[in-house]
Design a protein around this ligand. Sequence first.
Ligand code: GLN
Length: 385
Amino acid sequence: MKFPGYIKSKLPQAGTTIFTVMSALAQEHKAINLSQGFPDFLCNEELMHKADEYIRKGYNQYAPMPGLLSLRERIAEKIHSLYGATINPETEITITPGGTEAIYAAITSVVEENDEVILFEPAYDSYAPAIELCKGVPKFIKLEAPDYRIPWDQVKKTISNKTRVIMINTPHNPTGSVLTKSDLQQLERIVRETNIIILSDEVYEHIIFDGHQHESVLRYPGLAERSFVIYSFGKTYHNTGWKMGYCIAPAELMREFRKIHQYIVFSTNTPYQYAFEDIMRNKSLYLDLHSFYQEKRDYFCSLLKQTRFQFKPASGSYFQLVSYKGMSNEKDTDFAIRLTRDYGVASVPVSVFYSKPYDQKMLRFCFAKKKETLDAAIERLIKIK
Ligand code: GLN
């Protein structure tokens, strides 16, 4: 069929996301898929059982628009015990269908035409399009390998009277870097006495290694009072396909957030909310997640040493960046395609996380995989000469 009229694209630069493209390519070539970030193992048995039980008990109709109050109460308790912040479950938490919708609703609720949003690249791919749809202006600041630290002096210089939001992400996708106490303190100082809102993407809060503590903005009163904080059940409970997450923000911000959220999705999956409320009682499932994933990171990195890739082990998230400098001069997008097609391992080329092509000869591998999957992938990666 052909649309007989005329349509002006609202996102003329956007194609299909790299995660969809690479996962499809992996499937086409029967490659091992280390591209899109998702676990290839089952989630907790009891959690699956609970979801099934609530469906069968008939909890299958709309949940309240902001989410089940009992689940929000459980989240408020968790936040208080982990980060020391007192959050009102009635007015300051909304359950969302995943982190991405929460990011979109948060940006849409505060960014107006010509407002500037400071963000750091490489940046997760949904950030800039959400800003552009509001006719906001993304102001990119580059993070440099190998540590990807935020250059705070540059942040200060980039702030103008049009700056509406600063977006941060820790642990960071795709670099695996984490923000430190000093980073958060500097940010707190910079935004003091401004009208700037922080959007803090903390979906990998429990996937953090080498004894690092997750530095949530909620630990810092001067940041918590002006932040939308985004969390994900999918990352913590190994079920990204359930599309469940939540957003925390002060009541004034959350009121605006909900106005948008209610017209995008109205509410979120009911039986899963009941199931998460139950499973959250078992705190070890999230408190021990860092050691579960550190074992995977260490194992994957020890295997990677047998290949010609260069890397610095990730400090957080379930992604490992590798450099193929010295192995090929191809563009990272071409190299990633060839790796999938000829060697049977799919990755994500890191240049796609930049606003303008910035080819650093880097790939991102997801190590949230079974040992057998990682073994099989390395067996193939060793063959690249
Ligand atoms: N967050 C996941 C990643 O970085 C992908 C999510 C998606 O496919 N949109 O790979």
